[in-house]
Design a binder for this molecule. Structure first.
Ligand code: SAH
Length: 217
């Protein structure tokens, strides 16, 4: 089967599995996942599954990317923060749906590869930082939307503080990384009011505290 027909089949699968927003489906269709996977997994680039990338991390499953992106309820011209750049795949999709995407990754070598992909794909509205995403990016706050792509045992309060109080939305997997029952949670902030909903179960790599380069040398 050609990559083209694999891509069309994946987009149909996503639609049937609940990714119904046309803008999200279109952003995913226009973002070649083969640019973000390791060479040895190229034949699975459009399969609906998570795949290993370097540094013991993973590129998320397309269905999870679609559902979490949709849960953000992005509207035009927003400023979005992503924690956990990884391969850069989720960032590339978000960048097509917002004004500016800020993304933080603790592994600087993963980030360098992702940055070269953004440049090669002419995605010019992405600003990156190597560091610890637990702390967010205070200098650029507030953000209209925040997406965390690694599982935190609790909702990081620094991120809540950096969410716009004018209907800001944060989507993140919450739960112990070693347990199979992490949940995607959506936190909505209006004034001082926080509303939290549990959306669906997932399994993500852990959101680790501290930047890798400082800790692992
Ligand atoms: N969004 C990525 C998914 C990557 S997996 C993609 O589309 O490919 C999660 C990523 O979060 C990993 O790359 C991991 O290194 C990173 N991560 C974990 N803890 C972090 C932290 N505290 N700050 C920044 N990045 C972190």
């Amino acid at each position: 089967m050609s990559q083209d027909s694999r891509r069309i089949r994946l987009i149909m699968d996503l639609r049937n599995s609940g990714v119904t927003e046309t803008a999200v489906l279109s952003a995913m269709e226009r973002t070649p996942r083969e640019n973000f996977v390791e060479e040895s997994f190229l034949d699975q680039a459009w399969a609906n599954r998570a795949l290993p990338i370097s540094c013991g991390q993973t590129i998320s499953q397309p269905l999870v990317v679609g559902l979490m992106t949709q849960a953000l309820e992005l509207v035009d011209r927003q400023r979005v923060l992503e924690i956990g750049t990884g391969s850069g795949y989720q960032a590339a999709i978000l960048s097509r749906l917002c004004r500016r995407l800020y993304t933080i990754e603790r592994h600087s070598d993963l980030l360098a590869v992702a940055e070269s992909r953004f440049t090669a794909m002419s995605l010019h509205n992405i600003t990156t930082q190597a560091g610890d995403g637990w702390k967010g990016w205070p200098r650029q706050a507030p953000f209209d939307r925040i997406l965390v792509t690694a599982a935190a045992p609790v909702v990081p309060q620094d991120l809540v503080a950096q969410l716009s109080d004018d209907g800001g939305i944060m989507v993140l997997p919450v739960g112990d990384a070693s347990s199979p029952d992490q949940m995607v949670v959506r936190v909505t902030k209006t004034g001082t009011q926080l509303n939290s909903e549990q959306l669906f179960p997932v399994r993500f790599v852990p959101l680790v505290e501290g930047a890798a380069d400082e800790i692992e040398g």
